[in-house]
Each structure stands twice: as structure tokens, then as C-alpha cells.
Design a protein around this ligand. Structure first.
Ligand SMILES: NC(=O)c1ccc[n+]([C@@H]2O[C@H](COP(=O)([O-])OP(=O)(O)OC[C@H]3O[C@@H](n4cnc5c(N)ncnc54)[C@H](O)[C@@H]3O)[C@@H](O)[C@H]2O)c1
Length: 347
């Protein structure tokens, strides 16, 4: 079977791990890269052996051999890039969040429906092996009736300059980190009926990060028709490394998944090691180094699933459709509105 040819847009953090994962998957070929900085583009192409390089999106979209555009750009460019790509006849993989505004998100859904192109919203938690196993246990009734869910992604602040302004990011820690928990719970539970949100005020009204416009702490309660509740959190006030944790409480048991500190490996090092876990400030003393984040955080299963869907071998998971990406954005937006307006938002 001919490999599916992928064009990556962007050449930094997400572009690197997407490319590395694609290159592990037989049947996928990272064929082209669009990146505006020539030095970065050439270095990236050379490092990963990518045959074609373009300085902008339009050039990449004019390449008839590129079938799928993988968007690894700052949040504010997700919608316009997805729209242009689908209108040019390409399928799309879009990193989180779906868009930075509801209006932009609506436009993406409209164009996806109009063009009939495939759009994959890349929520990796859905594919993390531990969360897949948890989902299976929930489905077999292993903890009875689940009624309270908790999920959070937290760390000490994004490396990306584009995460610092609301214009580029869409908000602060909720749209950038908490969106994973919102996306995973949308996949499991669908759309909540009501949302309550609380956030720090951004800028000088943040707990720690007074230089960023968006909030550095945010929490939301998602309340479902059947009385199920979910607490989601995103924050930049967490020292010691990134925490991705999901908990579920049920009538006959409970589940706890720790994606980032659940490593089976423990190390004590007097001088420190090269890497333990994302965003850890230092690595001296006891650490729990990640063994393989491509696997444990779900990236490999995620891109393998998208590839299998493109090859017609699998049906797209509910939490990865354009509709899902948009509904997840609506929930995040409702958390922000609830905080601003100091009231419960009905969806
Ligand atoms: N699923 C995950 O766990 C995960 C992890 C990291 C990042 N992400 C997402 O991936 C996306 C990229 O994040 P990142 O960490 O790689 O960001 P980054 O800041 O490290 O890289 C952004 C890239 O976009 C390019 N870029 C910026 N503005 C551009 C423009 N106007 N035109 C063309 N190129 C432009 C930059 O040159 C750079 O290559 C974000 O949306 C982020 O939310 C997801």
C-alpha cells in the first residue's frame, strides 16, 4: 500500500514529536514541511530526512502529493490553517485547542462539513494506554456506576512565547492545559448540561505568572444531565514537573491514573540526569523518569489511529472529530464565561 504523505506545519516542539512518531509508523511518510524560518526549516528537514520544504502554507498546499496537513502551529493559527487546508482538498490533523474563539471554531466545522474532508482533533489523552485501560474498566462496570470525575494537566508555565497572550493562545492555563481533561471527559461523557468556572485574573491578578495575559490557574465543574460531575483543572503554578492526573469515583470503587509520575522507573542521582519528566526544574535526588512519553502520553496510539482511519481500517474515535474539537472549545469557553459573569452557564 502506498504510504500516506503528510505535510507538517511548524517546526518546534509539537512538530518534532509528531514527526518522530510518524516515523515510527509504517504506512506514514513525513513528506513535506512548511516553516517560515529557513534555518529552522533546513535543520528540521535534515534532522528528519524530510524531502520537501516550503516557506509557507500556500506552497505546501499546492503540492499535490501532500495528502494530510498536520498542524503544529500556535493556537491562533489552527482554525485558518485547517480551513485553508480543507479548502485545498487536504485532510487535517489539528493539535489542541480546536481554535481560539467560538466563531473560528464554527467556521472550521462549517468548512469541514462543506468540503467533506477528514479532520482529526488531536487529543492524545484518549489514546494513552493507561486511560484506554481505565475506559475499558469503566465500561465493564469495574467500579460500579461512576459519578465523579477529576482531571488535570498542570506545570510551571509553557515554553512557547505564543502561550503568553490571549490573542495567540485563546486564554491561559485552561485552554492550553486543562483542555486535555475537558477533551478526555467529552470523549467519555459527551456534552455537560451546565458549567461552572473559576480562574485567576491574568496579568497582575495571577498567582505567579504576572507576565502572561491569560490565567495561571483555572478550574471548571462540568455537570451532566444524569448528575455526574467532573472537575477539570489547568494551572501553571505547579513546580516539580508536569502532572497529568485523572480520577474516577464510582459506586463500587475508584480509579486513579497518573500519566506523568506513574513511571515504573525510580532513580536517585546526586548530580542529576538529562531528563526526567516534562517541565521538571531539576533532576537531582529521587526522580521518576518517563520511560517512553510517546507511548505513555498517547501520541503513538493517537497518530496510529488517525493513520488507520485514513487507510479506511478504523472508525474515528468520538473525541477526535471536528464536532468534538468544537464542543471541547465550547466547554472551555463556558468555563471562562462562568468565571467572568460569576454564574452557571447552560450549554
Ligand atoms: N498534545 C500535546 O500534548 C501538545 C504538546 C505541545 C504542544 N501542543 C500544541 O501544539 C501547537 C504548537 O505548540 P509548540 O509547543 O510546538 O509551539 P512552539 O512555540 O514551540 O512552536 C510554534 C511553531 O509555529 C511556528 N509559527 C509561529 N507563528 C507562525 C506563523 N505566523 N506562520 C508560520 N509559522 C509560525 C513557529 O516558528 C514554530 O515553529 C500548540 O497549539 C500547542 O497547543 C500540544
Amino acid at each position: 500500500m502506498k504510504p500516506i504523505r503528510i505535510g507538517i506545519v511548524g517546526s518546534k516542539f509539537a512538530a518534532s514529536f509528531h514527526t518522530e512518531v510518524w516515523q515510527m509508523l509504517p504506512g506514514a511518510e513525513v513528506f513535506a514541511l512548511a516553516a517560515r524560518n529557513p534555518t529552522q526549516r533546513e535543520a528540521f528537514q535534515k534532522k528528519y530526512g524530510i524531502p520537501r520544504g516550503y516557506e509557507n502554507l500556500s506552497q505546501l498546499l499546492s503540492d499535490p502529493e501532500v495528502e494530510v496537513v498536520d498542524i503544529c502551529l500556535p493556537n491562533y493559527l489552527h482554525a485558518e490553517t485547517a480551513i485553508q487546508a480543507m479548502e485545498a482538498g487536504k485532510d487535517v490533523i489539528c493539535e489542541k485547542p480546536f481554535a481560539t474563539t467560538i466563531r473560528d471554531g464554527e467556521k472550521v466545522v462549517e468548512v469541514q462539513q462543506k468540503t467533506g474532508r477528514r479532520l482529526f482533533y488531536a487529543e492524545d489523552w484518549i489514546f494513552a494506554p493507561a486511560l484506554l485501560r481505565a475506559e475499558q474498566i469503566l465500561k465493564e462496570g469495574g467500579i460500579g456506576k461512576p459519578f465523579y470525575f477529576k482531571g488535570k494537566e498542570t506545570h510551571n508555565g509553557s515554553h512557547s512565547p505564543y502561550a503568553r497572550t490571549i490573542q495567540y493562545c485563546g486564554g491561559g492555563a485552561m485552554i492550553h492545559l486543562g483542555v486535555h481533561a475537558v477533551g478526555y471527559f467529552y470523549h467519555l461523557l459527551g456534552l455537560p448540561e451546565k458549567v461552572v468556572g473559576l480562574c485567576t485574573g491574568g496579568g497582575k491578578d495571577n498567582y505567579v505568572h504576572t507576565q502572561i495575559e491569560g490565567e495561571d490557574w483555572a478550574a471548571g465543574f462540568l455537570i451532566y444531565k444524569d448528575g455526574t460531575r467532573a472537575l477539570v483543572e489547568g494551572n501553571y503554578i505547579t513546580t516539580g514537573g508536569m502532572e497529568d492526573v485523572v480520577e474516577v469515583y464510582g459506586s463500587d470503587g475508584r480509579i486513579r491514573v497518573d500519566l506523568t509520575f506513574g513511571s515504573p522507573l525510580s532513580v536517585f542521582s546526586k548530580k542529576g540526569i538529562s531528563y526526567a519528566v516534562e517541565k521538571a526544574e531539576f533532576t537531582q535526588g529521587w526522580t521518576k523518569p518517563a520511560v517512553n512519553e510517546f507511548e505513555s502520553l498517547g501520541y503513538k496510539n493517537e497518530l496510529a489511529h488517525f493513520l488507520a482511519c485514513l487507510q479506511g481500517k478504523e472508525t474515528q474515535a468520538r473525541g477526535t472529530t471536528a464536532e468534538a474539537g468544537f464542543q471541547v472549545l465550547r466547554i472551555v469557553d463556558a468555563i471562562y464565561r462562568s468565571n467572568r459573569e460569576e454564574r452557571t452557564i447552560r450549554l
